[in-house]
Design a protein around this ligand. Sequence first.
Ligand SMILES: C[S@@+](CC[C@H](N)C(=O)[O-])C[C@H]1O[C@@H](n2cnc3c(N)ncnc32)[C@H](O)[C@@H]1O
Length: 344
Amino acid sequence: MARYALLIQPSANRVYSGASAALTQSELQVFSQSVLDGRLGEVSAAAIGGVPYVTFAADGLGAGDAGFLANLSSVYALFAVEGGLLRPIELRPLDRFDDDLITIPKYQGKTNEQFTKLLLNVTLLSSEFARSMLDRSFAVLDPLCGRGTTLSQALMYGFDAGGIDLDRKDFEAYSAFIRTWLKRKRIKHHAEQGPLRLGGKVAGRRLRISLAAAKEDYKAGVTQHLDVVNADTTRALEFFRPESFDLVVADAPYGVQHGSRPPRAGLARSPLGLLADAAPVWARLLRRGGACGIAWNTLAARRDAAAAILAGAGLDPVDSGPYLAFRHRVDQAIVRDILVARKP
Ligand SMILES: C[S@@+](CC[C@H](N)C(=O)[O-])C[C@H]1O[C@@H](n2cnc3c(N)ncnc32)[C@H](O)[C@@H]1O
């Protein structure tokens, strides 16, 4: 059985306070289960030449397999271990744009970009459409999108992205950033922004952009779509069609610095209150076979309580194997976890 060694991006250790090898192992196992027929074995952390790697065994890794692994959230380089030497394996990630689309925005409350990619990957790989990850576009909704880290990652993958956030400043900041970025990069696009009226009243604001990485695609009408709404997430069905998203991916308020702004009184600062109100809406927005992935602070809400809410909304939580090994400390007040649920 051939052995492989995966070098993690050095920045990942800072992000995950030393837990990056463990998170990468769990992510690798999800890739293995969902798109590699469980062919990766003996996944573990190892030091090679004094440098930390995640190593695994596989019965030959084809170009198609490496195509999936190229999109691991923390991968820096992948090697085949041959004798005492490392042979580089060429990685061709899905990335359509320069990575500053995701790295430039820096603000308090940003969900780290590597973690956002991890959450998107694990959610996508849990959907019925996992095997088409490299071949088709997906429609991704972040119903708590903040300043758009998930939306930009979805665009980076060549997908369509929808977002909702209640915070007007977040909406304006993402709108300003993405429009400036598209202009600066000379990416062909068309943007529309304005008030969103429902029943004669202004219900929020909306930004819609169609774009294409290649000019020829734009001319031919082969475009990606970004659709961001500034409104309460529980109203999402007023802005987006039911069953119009393949994936719903959200980093819930941590109940610490920001607090959730639930629509009902009495739920203040509880991520669970927000989840209870919003999960049925999010579930309706998902297509059958799609998946929902939530990140949240386990110090503010227990995993079984969050899973029960998703189950109550008609989703099937995936609660086994590597899915139980994503919990990690972010800081003193936040121990973050991931919960994924499928729409049957
Ligand atoms: C942890 S932050 C997400 C950050 C985002 N992933 C980013 O990188 O910018 C949670 C977000 O939920 C939003 N939020 C809280 N309650 C909401 C509600 N009822 N409707 C819509 N958005 C809400 C907050 O404004 C905040 O931006």
